[in-house]
Structure formats: C-alpha cells, structure tokens
Design a protein around this ligand. Structure first.
Ligand code: S3P
Length: 167
C-alpha cells in the first residue's frame, strides 16, 4: 500500500489521485470512506460524537483499507495520532507530504467542511503533529510552492520498487 500522510492542505488527495492514475492503482481517501460508512459528513460526526468519536471511526476505516487490496491511500491529517493506526502502518510505503502552516491555511483555511479549522489551537496542533508524521514515514516530500505533478514525480522516484511494477 502507498499511504500519503500530512497536515490538512498538504495535497494528499490531489497528489494521491494523480499517483494512483499514473500507477494504474485504485485510490481511496479515508475521509470519503468514513463519510460513506457513517452516512454523514465529517463535520456532523464531529458535532454529534465529538473528535474522539471521529477518531475511533477513522481508525477503523483506515485499518480496514490498509488490510485490503493494493491501492494509493490518502489519510486524514490527524490519523497518525492514533497509536493503533501507527502500528497498522508498519510495512506499508508511507510518504509524508510536508506543508508549511501558512501554505496549508492558504490552501484550506476557509473550508467549512474541515471542523479542525475552527480549533483555536490549530497552529499548536500543527506543530505537535510534525514529529509524528516524520516518525511513521519512510519518505518525506516537500510540497510548498510546488505543483501536484512535481510532488507525484518525487514520490515515484522515491518508490522505484513499487512504481516499476505498475508502470
Ligand atoms: C483532520 C483532517 C481532515 C479530516 C478531519 C480531521 C485533522 O482530513 O480527517 O476533518 O484532524 O487534521 P484532511 O487532512 O484530508 O483535510
């Protein structure tokens, strides 16, 4: 499994779709699967069950996808905070898409569908998550000021053993 992680606005979904198309692999975005399984949008899950309820569901969905057929997966920005999700990532090709806080906010800052954006401590959460992303990723690719195609190329260069078999 090729798994893209990183903060909101890192480009996990955009780059993930591109990468999957280039490799002829299916693409899945955990946020979309969570909404399908719950039958409700993420902001509603946050509103009714709170962040802990969302995190439990997120782990369940992520672990299920990781155990499924080969694909490119885009994880939600907070997914790797869950210890069992971190364990489930072992043995997969985890790529961290790095984005600066300012650029992340430029990309997603006004999105009403991302409840974490209303968290007053968001910048601190961003800082606290950085070490976690690095710790679980085998590769880190910078995205600031770079088009998705360039980021996709970088990932393919980092994962030759995976990409060669699918080109
Ligand atoms: C979250 C990121 C979102 C989504 C949820 C919570 C977070 O995913 O999972 O709104 O805690 O950072 P993206 O990173 O795809 O925006």
């Amino acid at each position: 499994m090729i798994v893209l992680i990183g903060f909101m606005g890192a480009g996990k979904t955009t780059v993930g779709r591109l990468l999957a198309a280039r490799l002829g692999l299916p693409f899945a975005d955990t946020d979309v699967v969570i909404e399908q399984q719950a039958g409700r949008p993420i902001r509603e899950i946050f509103a009714t069950e709170g962040e802990p309820g969302f995190r439990a569901l997120e782990h369940q969905v992520t672990a299920g996808l990781l155990a499924g057929p080969q694909a490119v997966l885009a994880l939600g920005g907070g997914a790797v905070q869950h210890p069992a999700t971190r364990r489930a990532l072992g043995g997969h090709d985890v790529v961290y898409l790095e984005v600066g806080y300012a650029e992340s906010m430029d990309r997603v800052g006004r999105d009403e569908f991302r409840p974490m954006l209303r968290n007053p401590g968001l910048e601190e959460i961003f800082r606290q998550r950085l070490a976690g992303y690095r710790a679980v990723a085998a590769h880190t690719v910078s995205t600031d000021g770079r088009p998705p195609e360039a980021v996709c190329q970088d990932i393919m260069a980092r994962l030759p053993q995976v990409t060669d078999t699918h080109r």
